[in-house]
Structure formats: C-alpha cells, structure tokens
Design a protein around this ligand. Structure first.
Ligand SMILES: [Zn+2]
Length: 135
C-alpha cells in the first residue's frame, strides 16, 4: 500500500495528495484517495469533505472504521508541520505523511511530543489494499 501511495504522491507533485486510511487496532486495511480541496494545494491539504462524510457513513454502516489520514509533503520531510498540528484534532487518529520516498506515521493526541499534538508510531499496513479517487 505504501508504494501505491508514494506513486500517487509523486504523480501529484508539486501538489500535496491526501486521503483516508481505514482499519482497526492500528492496522491499516484499506485507503481511499481524496481530492485536495485546499486553497493552496501546493502548500496545504484539505480532504474533500464529501469524501470524509462518505467515509464516516460507510464506517457507521458496518464498513472499516476510519483509522486516520495520509497526505504528502512534496520534496519535504515526513514530519508534521506546525499547520498539521494546528489542524489535527487530538482524536487518536493516525497521520501518515509521505514524500514519494519516505513515510512516517504519527498519532494525533493531546500533549503529543511533536508540536504538542503528535507522537511518532510504527505503521502497520501489511496486506492493505487501496482505492484511488477514480474507483
Ligand atoms: Zn503536512
């Protein structure tokens, strides 16, 4: 799954890509790409709210729970930015950040060690499958 997300990230350069991760117990089962509807998608990301609402609905209807989100930092480091920290709710969800080559996963929590919002975690996405926005 990571290789697929890295390909999506590279294909979108210089814009950031984003999407939703599904699974439970910290294990990513599937992902769904979303349009980046930020005003400045080269510098920021905002997951298409329609995709987010659909994902919440699917989860409620017995689908895989939303585990977290991914987005890319084209050509940048795979650590959360101050902007990421400002926009992340301390809801325990997973934030996966990738740059086309590297990836790092973070847990959005109250009083995190990084910008007061994130703790670094190990991502488990073995066997995960994904859907692109076109599917
Ligand atoms: Zn970011």
């Amino acid at each position: 799954m990571l290789a697929e997300l890295q390909r999506l990230a590279l294909a979108a350069v210089p814009q950031e890509v984003c999407g939703i991760l599904f699974g439970r117990n910290g294990k990513v089962r599937t992902h769904r790409a979303a349009a980046n509807v930020a005003d400045d998608p080269v510098r920021h990301f905002e997951i298409d709210p329609a995709i987010l609402i659909a994902a919440e609905r699917d989860a409620r209807d017995g689908g895989e729970p939303i585990l977290g989100y991914y987005h890319s930092h084209p050509g940048g480091i795979v650590k959360p930015s101050q902007t990421d920290a400002n926009s992340a709710a301390p809801d325990g969800r997973l934030w996966l950040i990738l740059n086309g080559q590297e990836a790092a996963a973070w847990h959005a929590v109250e009083k995190g060690e990084f910008y007061g919002r994130f703790n670094a975690i190990t991502l488990d996405c073995s066997g995960a499958k994904g859907q692109t926005a076109a599917e």
